[in-house]
Write a protein that binds this ligand. Structure first.
Ligand code: TYD
Length: 344
């Protein structure tokens, strides 16, 4: 198979490139990435000299470029996205452009050249799911942040291309993903690196929000299975059984890196903060036979230990990329100003 992997230099995209090259020796991967703040060529260093891999820098919304690449492909797997809820609250337009218009540009290429298109989406399209419930794939899409609304828009465009033009589309809705090489703006890499730097950990609100954590390599394997065996037009939820309250995760992080609970700060909450995501994964498990290979502690400790063992990777971002500091100051300075220690 010849696969265009967009967002290939990002966190899950680069894990997916590694997965395909390891698991499918006959495949060829063309990696595309705009290399904005979160795309990082260091994430593809091991693949650089692999003759089955080629990298192009570019934008998924660049129709001319995508049109040039498409004739030599069998499939597109779209990881390219603006993905951080907090940034979407600051700049929603960038999210509509990447997560809706970008997806449509790829769909046009899939339609014109008869390619299969896999859209990597998120469980956040269901919005907050009350305790005790699990959203199956036919649960209503009720996104509540500009990020999740834009992801839902991208998905709906995929469904529309499938219905209107017969384009071969499949969708995955993954849970919160963690692992090596995640940009340190998301909860776990931010908190692990803050802890290692003896900086406060800004917990939004009461910290009792619930997320269901999935390892990037398990997520990559699920996406690959859906690409090869998923039914056209179908969406597949992807999650392990790792529902945890944020505070519990924060305690586990501090214990693992040997830092005190006094680093925890409860700060002003994120506006519109979804309390819980909860999805039913029966479809991918029973129809395609997927299951995660790692349990909760392997997922969390593999992630934490990678940041501990690879300070060069995250220090280059945190200490030498001014775009990180600019975002961090904008997001956290006012939240952390004057907030005292909390050890609950
Ligand atoms: P995040 O990693 O941003 O993922 P998402 O919001 O897409 O689920 O956040 C995970 C959870 O951690 C979420 O409930 C928000 C919370 N959180 C904090 O409490 N403090 C932080 O600084 C960040 C980034 C997240």
């Amino acid at each position: 198979m010849r696969i265009l992997v967009t967002g290939a230099a990002g966190f899950i995209g680069s894990a997916y490139v590694r997965h395909v090259l390891n698991e499918h020796p006959g495949d060829k991967v063309l990696g595309l990435d705009l290399l904005t703040y979160a795309g990082n060529l260091a994430n593809l260093e091991e693949q650089r000299d692999d003759p089955r891999f080629r990298f192009v820098r570019g934008d998924i919304a660049d129709a001319e470029l995508i049109g040039e690449l498409a004739p030599d492909l069998d499939a597109i797997v779209n990881f390219a996205a603006e993905s951080h809820v907090d940034r979407s609250l600051l700049d929603p337009g960038a999210f509509a452009r990447a997560n809706v218009i970008g997806v449509m540009t790829l769909l046009e290429a899939a339609r014109t050249h008869g390619l299969r298109m896999l859209q990597v989406s998120t469980d956040e399209v269901y919005g907050h799911v009350p305790a005790g419930q699990a959203a199956a794939e036919d649960y209503p899409l009720q996104p509540r942040s500009p990020y999740s609304a834009a992801k839902a828009g991208g998905e709906l465009m995929c469904q529309a291309y499938g219905t209107s033009y017969g384009t071969d589309v499949v969708i995955t809705r993954g849970a919160n993903t963690i692992g090596p090489r995640q940009y340190p703006e998301k909860l776990i890499p931010l908190f692990v690196t803050n802890a290692l730097l003896d900086l406060p950990l800004p917990v939004y609100g009461d910290g009792r929000q619930i997320r269901n954590w999935l390892h990037a390599d398990d997520h990559a394997a699920a996406i690959d299975l859906v690409l090869r065996e998923g039914a056209s037009g179908q969406a597949y939820n992807v999650a392990a059984d790792n529902e945890r309250e944020n505070l519990e995760v924060v305690h586990d992080i501090l214990q693992r890196v040997g830092k005190p609970l006094s680093l925890i700060r409860h700060v002003e909450d994120r506006p519109g903060h979804d309390r819980r995501y909860g999805i039913d994964t029966t479809r991918i498990r029973t129809e395609l036979g997927w299951s995660p290979r790692r349990d909760w502690h392997q997922t969390l400790y593999d992630t934490i230990d990678w940041y501990v063992a690879n300070p060069g990777w995250w220090q280059a971002i945190r200490h030498r990329d001014p775009r990180f500091q600019e975002f961090y100051d904008r997001q956290y300075s006012h939240r952390l100003a004057g907030v005292g220690t909390a050890t609950n």
